[in-house]
Ligand binder design. Structure first.
Ligand SMILES: Cc1cc2nc3c(=O)[nH]c(=O)nc-3n(C[C@H](O)[C@H](O)[C@H](O)COP(=O)(O)O)c2cc1C
Length: 186
């Protein structure tokens, strides 16, 4: 797939088939991720992969419970309370793979570096016929000390970008973009 086609046709995928993404494919996505630029070439990223379906279902419930417990009325997520309370709603959309991009403490711009890595991963996945979706909802729960312990994520690493991966089911409608605001061009 041509790069511009990939950029323009990638969509967040929220419906997946049962087909599991094979380990070598996940490894190749992580290799694509680490081709991203990083400040001072620090490459301050690390990855945790979850492919255990039972764990993903359990994590989805824990993420929802945590978000509901900590939600403040001023949060933009406040309007999503009903969705989060729905037992049918899986925050990972039943995808078979969750890749968690984590920032190492030494990174001077680690969040940006990790986000660039995640975008590489999502575009590479799309070019390979896979679907992805960032799951920001899961970030606060994934950053809890006990969750990091369970996932062998060192305590001084920060979960920056959880992204689900799987084989897409159905079509995705285009998502319109606003015209870019160019505030100056001197
Ligand atoms: C940092 C970040 C967090 C996101 N978190 C979620 C999420 O928790 N759940 C979800 O369904 N989509 C999530 N998204 C996907 C956005 O909703 C999506 O990118 C946006 O609607 C534009 O659609 P597109 O990706 O198909 O172009 C997230 C996107 C980003 C960049």
């Amino acid at each position: 797939m041509d790069l511009m086609d990939a950029i323009y046709s990638r969509r967040s995928v929220r419906s997946y088939t049962d087909q599991q993404v094979e380990k070598p494919v996940v490894e190749s996505l992580i290799q694509a991720a680490v081709q991203a630029p990083s400040a001072l070439n620090q490459q301050p990223w690390a990855f945790a992969v979850v492919q255990d379906g039972k764990l993903l279902a359990q994590y989805s419930n824990r993420v929802k419970a945590h978000v509901l417990k900590t939600l403040k009325p001023q949060s933009p997520l406040y309007n999503h309370r009903e969705e989060l309370a729905n037992p049918e709603y899986n925050v990972f959309y039943n995808a078979g793979t969750l890749i968690i991009v984590c920032a190492k403490p030494e990174g001077v711009h680690a969040e940006e570096d990790c986000s660039l890595a995640a975008q590489n991963l999502m575009l590479a996945a799309h070019a390979m016929g896979l679907g992805t979706c960032p799951i920001g909802f899961a970030r606060p729960w994934l950053n809890l000390a006990r969750t990091k312990r369970a996932l062998a994520i060192p305590q001084d690493y920060t979960v920056v970008f959880p992204v689900i991966v799987g084989y897409p089911m159905g079509d995705r409608p285009p998502v319109a973009r606003r015209e870019p605001e160019i505030v100056s061009w001197r």
